[in-house]
Design a protein around this ligand. Structure first.
Ligand code: AMP
Length: 289
């Protein structure tokens, strides 16, 4: 991990100590009167219709508590001033903790980013990284073996997810990186070489890094596709299928896959059929609409 990162040592999570400067940079200044929370009135959650279907849907959580959430994650959720889970978060935490796959129809504003980050990070903090293959090559050929890969359609969305990931990975062993096209690859490569446990990526740039041999997907436990319908609208299906089906990605059934999409047309249904196993289908409204 980086300066504010922890370590996984001898099967134990050793979080980094708190660091005031890092907290201000990552979370903002708590006393700042200009501090703006999301501005979304999350008290109206309970009015939002949620529909969960599939075999043995786990009981949703109602509060952020540890257990079931990892203790460090809970501290970070408090630093981010999230007081209670949104509907998608209530369901996604036990779904992932129970080893299940998830197809969620949820829009921006539903809290979907926390919906995949919270369960993935909570489980990652508890179980640690997968052992890396022995032959790592020389420093300059070093490959990253991320535990979690999140694909998103645009640089803007990938950056937003990365900024949220910085909050919730604070002090942990999980080092987050972001890669996207239209920007020099050199800086992104240097960041990845310093360690990459959770990778947020646009499909084109991820493909590029896979072709260059800089990333292996063999240790992926969690695959997330965010705004899947938008990625297909943008023509990314061939790249996405190449990444998931033709490289060294952990196969369906051995990884957990979470797919988020605002809509559920035929091409998304096909992707869900091919990428997910015995999934739970969740449909949630948007806070404030
Ligand atoms: P998203 O739908 O993931 O784009 O989230 C929409 C906004 O809601 C973002 O600004 C999040 O930081 C915020 N948010 C997400 N979950 C919560 C929560 N449980 N409590 C308070 N704010 C949240």
């Amino acid at each position: 991990g980086g300066r504010s990162g922890g370590r996984w040592i001898d099967g134990k999570h050793v979080p980094a100590p708190r660091n005031e400067k890092a907290e201000i940079a990552i979370f903002g200044v708590p006393e700042d009167p200009n501090f703006q929370s999301s501005g979304i009135n999350f008290d109206n959650y309970d009015d939002i219709p949620v529909d969960a279907s599939g075999k043995d849907v786990p009981e949703p959580i109602t509060e952020f508590t540890s257990p079931p959430l990892d203790g460090l994650l809970l501290e970070n959720i408090k630093l981010a001033r999230f007081t209670k889970p949104t509907p998608v978060q209530k369901y996604s935490v036990p779904i992932v903790a129970n080893g299940r796959d998830l197809m969620a129809c949820a829009q921006t504003g539903s809290g979907k980013t926390g919906g995949f980050l919270f369960p993935v990070l909570s489980e990652s903090f508890k179980t640690g990284p997968s052992p890396q293959p022995e032959s790592q090559g020389s420093f300059y050929q070093r490959k990253a073996y991320p535990t979690a890969v999140i694909m998103a359609p645009t640089r803007e969305l990938a950056t937003q997810i990365f900024d949220e990931a910085k909050k919730f990975t604070y002090r942990s062993w999980v080092k987050a990186c972001v890669v996207y096209g239209g920007s020099p690859i050199g800086n992104q490569l240097r960041e990845i070489e310093r360690g990459c446990d959770l990778l947020v990526a646009t499909p084109g740039r991820l493909n590029d890094l896979l072709e260059r041999g800089k990333i292996s997907l063999a240790n992926v436990k969690y695959l997330v596709l965010d705004e899947a319908d938008r990625m297909l609208d943008m023509g990314f299906e061939p790249q996405i299928r190449h990444i998931v089906e033709d490289c060294d990605m952990t196969p369906v059934g051995e990884r957990q896959t979470l797919m988020f999409s605002a809509t559920f047309p035929a091409d998304i249904q096909h992707l869900a059929r091919d990428f997910l196993s015995d999934y739970i289908f969740l449909s949630v409204g948007r806070v404030g609409s």
